[in-house]
Design a protein around this ligand. Structure first.
Ligand SMILES: [Zn+2]
Ligand SMILES: [Zn+2]
Ligand SMILES: [Zn+2]
Ligand SMILES: [Zn+2]
Ligand SMILES: [Zn+2]
Length: 395
């Protein structure tokens, strides 16, 4: 639910979904925002900024027309530097805010006791809910505003709604029986209201928009087909780029193998050796990508010589780093944890869009590593009992 951002607008009712918002902005205000879905959880601030600009300067000064005859104007981050800067700024601000909230939560709120969602037990932490009820909403690393999240789930249960299929039942006993029998001790990954509680959605806004954009479907199955399945496929098709050169691989695993063999950079090995958590691993990947992009060795900070910089062919410029890594052995020398970049939140934001290297966590989910299975765990909330049956319900 969102109100039209224009103060001059006659519309008093809030817009209930994204589709009606997009239509309203186009019809009533003659404005179309490209890839507005990337601003999904940050929408209000984003729209308010542009509405103010438009009201102050006039639409013609702020937007552009794609075609002469178009009635509407467009704001496109690919064209407008101002829009790109604004999006970046809002995203960074929000991410910083979210990480601060999370830190506070882990220091303070996590120590508060809370009644179990499913029984009378008062939990010290959420271990009881995972263990006793096989209920898992994700690891603390990946969650934010956890109490609010649990409140929301609790309200659903109080309203006799199943957390997974979201059907309503006649009594607590019937609901409990349903959830146990159907193995519905998990949350619905289709519920977009939950996105705000997963930090990954602040790192890469827009990932989940497709569901938000088309929220009307004929059946649950259509919905499901449209959501994660498509997304997973899109990821599979995505090529993984080597961190050090323009070489592409079909899977993240083969890219990691290549980097280990060719450049001496062992991502999995380093994660274990340095004990990197979710954020630190993402930070390392993005940091190396950025340095490579700038023509700098991520390890010793040697810069590509000017003579190489001036070479015509992209390929030749790229070769410098590969050669440097081979000669210096820098690929195997990850900077110490004292280095500043580890604490710089800018490296939490992806340098490459849809970078499959950042998805390593999902692949390792089956391992017994607690630090794995974080980022995309939400897609397959662990429900160990349903391993054999109910296959169709695993999202
Ligand atoms: Zn309006
Ligand atoms: Zn319990
Ligand atoms: Zn259910
Ligand atoms: Zn390579
Ligand atoms: Zn080096």
């Amino acid at each position: 639910m969102i109100h039209c951002p224009f103060s001059t607008c006659d519309l008093t009712e809030p817009l209930t979904n994204s589709t009606s918002l997009v239509i309203h902005l186009k019809d009533a205000h003659k404005i179309v925002f490209k890839n507005i879905h990337h601003m999904f959880i940050l929408l209000e601030r984003y729209l308010n900024h542009w509405a103010k600009e438009i009201e102050a300067k006039g639409l013609e000064k702020v937007g552009i027309k794609e075609n002469e005859d178009d009635e509407h104007y467009i704001i496109d981050p690919a064209v407008s530097t101002a829009d790109r800067t604004l999006r970046d700024e809002i995203q960074r601000e929000k991410l910083n805010e979210i990480l601060k909230v999370q830190e506070k939560e882990r220091n303070e709120d996590a120590k508060q006791k809370r009644k179990c969602l499913f029984c009378k037990n008062i939990c010290e932490n959420r271990q009881h809910m995972f263990g006793e009820h096989n209920f898992n909403i994700g690891l603390p690393d990946n969650l934010v505003n956890v109490n609010e999240f649990l409140d929301m789930l609790e309200a659903k249960l109080t309203g006799l709604q199943c957390l997974y299929c979201e059907k309503t039942f006649t009594s607590p006993a019937v609901l409990r029986k349903h959830m146990r029998k159907k193995k519905h001790f998990k949350i619905s990954a289709r519920n977009r209201l939950y996105d705000q509680f997963y930090v990954i959605n602040y790192l890469e806004p827009g990932k989940n928009w497709e569901n938000f954009e088309h929220d009307r479907y004929d059946s649950d199955d259509d919905r499901r087909d449209d959501s994660w399945a498509d997304w997973d496929e899109a990821l599979e098709e995505e090529n993984t780029k080597c961190l050090f050169e323009d070489a592409f691989f079909n899977t993240a695993q083969s890219a990691r193998d290549h980097m280990k063999e060719t450049h001496g950079f062992d991502l999995e090995g380093e994660r274990h050796r340095l004990g990197l958590d979710f954020y630190q691993t993402i930070t390392l990947i993005n940091y190396v990508r950025r340095q490579t992009m700038l023509g700098v060795c991520f390890s010793c900070l040697t810069r590509r010589p000017q003579t190489v910089d001036n070479m015509e062919e992209e390929e030749e410029r790229g070769e410098w780093l590969v050669k440097h890594l081979r000669e210096s052995g820098c690929g195997a020398k990850v900077p110490s944890m004292e280095t500043d970049f580890w604490k710089d939140p800018q490296f939490l934001l992806p340098i490459l869009e849809n970078d499959p290297l950042l998805m390593i966590f999902g692949e390792e989910e089956s391992d017994d590593e607690p630090e794995g299975g974080i980022a995309f765990e939400k897609l397959s909330l662990s429900d160990h009992e349903s391993d054999d049956e109910d296959e169709d319900e695993i999202i």
